[in-house]
Design a protein. Structure first.
Length: 193
């Protein structure tokens, strides 16, 4: 009886020891999806597509992004919207973003920043493309996995003409990669595994 109890105890210890690291892995790998789910539980209605649209807009309008980062309430300021008609037009075309910004401007802009930092703005096609490039260029892959910030180092990029051509030929990927290299490389590694 004692041996049987000891065997059962060992079984449960090993089960828990194996389960704990695995239970943390998906939550780290799929942080953007988890953030979207958490936001839905808090009553925020913006979809991933709307976050992507908002992120794309802010990426192409850095001054507005800077202004909203400092003061999210500007999204509801008529004078600000009149002086930034492209932002007003964007909000009219994206009702979910407009609704979220009118109800929770600070929370929504913070959510977009967290989403982008976690790599939520990186599209699957971009990961597939970068994964294929890195598979064909294993030394660059090794270098970027060790130090993702190398994509922002002109000396490194210029000394690797295949990387330079790839980035020039894929401007959206280049912009996302340069904006958040750690998240992009982390997501590419998870995609390639």
């Amino acid at each position: 009886m004692r041996g049987n109890l000891f065997t059962q105890l060992l079984f449960w210890i090993f089960t828990v020891a194996l389960w704990l690291p695995l239970s943390a892995w998906p939550s780290q790998q799929f942080a953007p999806a988890r953030m979207n789910q958490e936001a839905g539980q808090r009553g925020m209605n913006a979809t991933t597509e709307e976050l992507q649209n908002f992120d794309d807009f802010l990426d192409s309008h850095p001054q507005i992004a800077k202004d909203l980062s400092k003061n999210p309430a500007l999204a509801n300021d008529e004078k600000y919207l009149q002086s930034h008609p492209q932002f007003a037009e964007f909000l009219k075309a994206h009702g979910g973003v407009q609704r979220e910004l009118s109800e929770h401007p600070g929370r929504f802009t913070t959510r977009e920043e967290r989403w982008e930092h976690a790599g939520g703005n990186i599209r699957r096609g971009e990961l597939r493309s970068l994964d294929g490039f890195l598979d064909r260029n294993p030394q660059i892959e090794k270098d970027l996995q060790k130090n993702p910030d190398l994509v922002n180092n002109p000396q490194y990029v210029n000394s690797h003409p295949e990387l330079k051509r790839y980035l020039e030929g894929n401007p959206k990927i280049a912009a996302d990669l340069k904006e958040n290299p750690k998240a992009f490389i982390r997501n590419e590694k998870a995609y390639g595994d």
